[in-house]
Design a protein around this ligand. Structure first.
Ligand code: NAD
Ligand code: MG
Length: 380
């Protein structure tokens, strides 16, 4: 029986993780759950899975919840989130928090030698070096949940890193694949939130529309698989059936395919190195029929270009890119800026701040805060 601590249980990955766990009552046990705002959903989850601990961001909401539930201890705040990690009653940490807030919890879990099932890609973007070094030191395995990285991880089984010629990350291209720059000027929040293939949280859905999601994934792959950026290629594949590929030095390509459904990479991150019998996700290739591929338009999707550029422009550059993107996406979702302002703000943040410097935890936290303050000040 594997014990699981699930951070961000009320989100899209969190709910899918619980769907997977529910299917294997004799293999997985939830020992901790955390959520930010959706307390009603968390309450239902606690009643169903009876974890020993749960953490909620807001103290008053934590107290209200505690009054209704007596078998689970409810703690609160950023300290509560860290306490639940440090308490250590789990084998696998599923990090399904969105954004920078996931960083400190992951670091604490790595220090306890836990397996990290990682959905929260932003943490590898801002602190890739720190996290990979720490995970090597503490022998903590990081297993990707992101579908592209899970695909590559699965294709790597039985292979040597030296045999890889390049990684090929597939991208759906998002809802604006066929729009030109003039049309992109005018897109609405609802249009940007309408992803063709995946139902996900709002932040990653906007990231998919700007293709910053693929940019973040290039950086995530850079750290997870330790290859130079020239060996990480992005290819647009609108059907999202091939989740990614590896081209080997002998010219052969391995791919991993399935109907787009996050339950599969989540299950693999939990069951690895085994595979469990599971049938809710069916892939009928006869119905899919056509798979297409083409080059991404780097001039239209500036965010993708920016993400490639920060990989070797200074240790703090990815942190600036990420913080600026998180703020810009929030501003767009609140109707304060237009869609094409997102890459412009990120570029401005990168141009106006020093990208070099130590990438230790303190500097990363400081850099993140500086960028958030810089951009929020412009809009208040
Ligand atoms: P979501 O917005 O649906 O859920 C986010 C979860 O994190 C919620 O439970 C929320 O309560 C919690 N949370 C948010 N801010 C928090 C904070 N400051 N402190 C503590 N908890 C906080 O997001 P999602 O779509 O599930 O994505 C989660 C992560 O997984 C992201 O990093 C995303 O890039 C990655 N991911 C998601 C998908 C997907 O299909 N949704 C696929 C691949 C990767
Ligand atoms: Mg992905």
């Amino acid at each position: 029986m594997k014990k699981i601590l699930l951070l961000g249980s009320t989100g899209s990955i969190g709910i899918n993780t619980l769907n997977v766990v529910r299917a294997f009552p004799d293999k997985f046990q939830i020992t901790g759950l955390t959520a930010n705002e959706n307390i009603e959903e968390l309450e239902k989850q606690i009643k169903e899975f009876s974890p020993s601990l749960a953490a909620v961001r807001d103290q008053q909401k934590a107290n209200e919840l505690q009054n209704k539930l007596n078998k689970t201890r409810i703690i609160s705040g950023e300290e509560g989130l860290l306490e639940i990690i440090k308490e250590g009653n789990y084998d696998i940490l599923v990090s399904a928090i969105v954004g920078f807030a996931g960083l400190k919890p992951i670091i604490e879990a790595i220090k306890l030698n836990k397996r990290i099932a990682l959905a929260n890609k932003e943490t590898l973007v801002v602190a890739g070096k720190l996290i990979t070094e720490l995970s090597l030191k503490h022998k903590s395995q990081i297993i990707p949940i992101d579908s592209e990285h899970s695909a590559i991880f699965q294709c790597l089984v039985g292979e040597e890193k030296a045999s890889i010629n390049k990684l090929i990350l597939t991208a759906s291209g998002g809802p604006f694949l066929d729009r030109n720059n003039n049309e992109l000027e005018k897109v609405t929040i609802d249009e940007a939130l309408n992803h063709p293939n995946w139902k996900m949280g709002n932040k990653i859905t906007i990231d998919s529309a700007t293709m910053m999601n693929k940019g973040l994934e290039v950086i995530e792959a850079y750290w997870l698989f330790g290859l130079p950026k020239e060996k990480i290629e992005v290819i647009v594949h609108p059907q999202s059936v091939i989740h990614s590929m590896i081209e080997f030095i002998d010219g052969s390509i391995k791919a991993q395919l399935s109907t787009p459904d996050m339950k599969l990479p989540i299950l693999y991150a939990l069951s690895y190195p085994d595979r469990y019998n599971y049938n809710p996700v069916v892939t009928d290739l006869k119905k899919i029929q056509t798979l297409t591929f083409f080059e991404p338009d780097f001039d239209k999707f500036t965010c993708l270009k920016l993400a490639y550029s920060v990989i070797d422009s200074g240790d703090l550059a990815p942190c600036i890119l990420n913080a600026a993107n998180e703020v810009a996406v929030e501003l767009f979702l609140n109707g304060k800026i237009r869609f094409l302002d997102i890459p412009n703000l990120i570029e401005e943040a990168l141009n106006k701040h020093s990208m070099s410097g130590m990438a230790d935890l303190e500097s990363i936290v400081g850099c993140d805060l500086t960028i958030r303050n810089f951009l929020t000040r412009k809009f208040t």
